[in-house]
Write a protein that binds this ligand. Structure first.
Ligand SMILES: NC(=O)c1ccc[n+]([C@@H]2O[C@H](COP(=O)([O-])OP(=O)(O)OC[C@H]3O[C@@H](n4cnc5c(N)ncnc54)[C@H](OP(=O)(O)O)[C@@H]3O)[C@@H](O)[C@H]2O)c1
Length: 253
């Protein structure tokens, strides 16, 4: 049995808590965070504390706080013998001061209240030494069958790629929703298209899958679109993305 302490009470902490709660090999012995309301969500099932000087002993400390606070939170664990790991895609492992340290990065988008199937989520692991690596692998297999050992440079690039395919795409969904609502149309009309876009690239590469006026260089359609936009940011985004697509495909036309 691995004793684990979660530091942080946000989106990822909740999902990790739920996933580890399904495993008989892991016991979450404490959740530590600064927000009492959020701690209440965990308190029916485990010990909680909002005092970072009262952290129990454990085999693994998983830090799931805002990226910029990881170093500060890890300082509270400098006298602990257990492994200290953060869960961020964007931060190097060495932001943690402890000797036995690592990274436990689940590559998925997590929001409170939206269930995910952890079993297929890639968990990207990095460790300060072989013994820590074994321990983090042992922890990861309790919730996922999809483990990858990668270093900080690789993980930062992977996270950058994830920002493009998830964060930016989701922002563009938001623009699509706004444009629909301006005309009294339901965003639901676009959902089959969104699903097919994600489904299609399971079988062919995104470069092959690209369609649309910019790929065909349909100038009039693009000019018409620009006339319909009023928001300056959206005009700039439309222009920049269309130019980028044109640059890739114009040689084929
Ligand atoms: N959400 C995802 O999709 C996802 C996916 C993979 C990895 N991650 C990683 O998981 C970590 C947490 O992300 P999240 O999405 O769960 O964030 P979140 O929902 O915004 O929660 C952030 C947590 O950090 C705490 N926090 C912020 N500043 C702090 C400080 N100075 N001291 C102590 N605690 C502090 C917050 O406490 P308060 O509530 O008191 O502010 C909250 O508990 C990040 O490293 C992120 O890169 C997230």
């Amino acid at each position: 049995m691995l004793n684990v302490i979660l530091l942080g009470t946000g989106n990822l902490a909740r999902h990790l808590f739920e996933a580890f709660s399904q495993s008989e090999e892991v016991k979450i012995v404490q959740v530590v965070g600064r927000n009492l309301n959020d701690l209440a969500w965990f308190s029916h099932h485990t010990a909680v504390s909002n005092d970072f000087s009262e952290i129990f002993d454990a085999d693994v400390y998983l830090i799931a706080v805002k990226d910029d606070a990881i170093g500060e939170v890890s300082n509270h664990l400098s006298d602990k013998n257990g492994v200290v790991a953060h869960t961020s895609g964007a931060m190097e492992m060495d932001v943690i001061q402890s000797e036995r340290k690592g990274v436990f990065y689940p590559l998925q988008t997590f929001s409170k209240g939206k269930k995910v199937d952890f079993n297929s989520i890639p968990i990207c692991i990095e460790a300060s030494d072989g013994e820590v690596l074994l321990l983090l692998k042992k922890l990861a297999v309790c919730i996922s069958e999809n483990l990858h050992v990668i270093d900080s440079d690789q993980r930062k690039k992977l996270h950058l790629a994830a920002v493009f395919v998830n964060n930016f795409t989701n922002y563009l969904y938001g623009i699509g929703e706004e444009i629909c609502l301006e005309e009294g149309l339901s965003f639901d009309l676009l959902k089959p298209l969104i699903l097919e876009t994600a489904e299609k690239i399971q079988g062919i590469s995104p470069k092959e899958a690209q369609t649309g006026p910019a790929r065909r260089n349909d100038e009039k359609s693009m000019q018409n679109h620009l006339k319909l936009l009023t928001n300056e940011d959206n005009i700039a985004l439309y222009t920049l993305l269309s130019e980028a697509i044109k640059n890739v495909y114009e040689k084929e036309l």
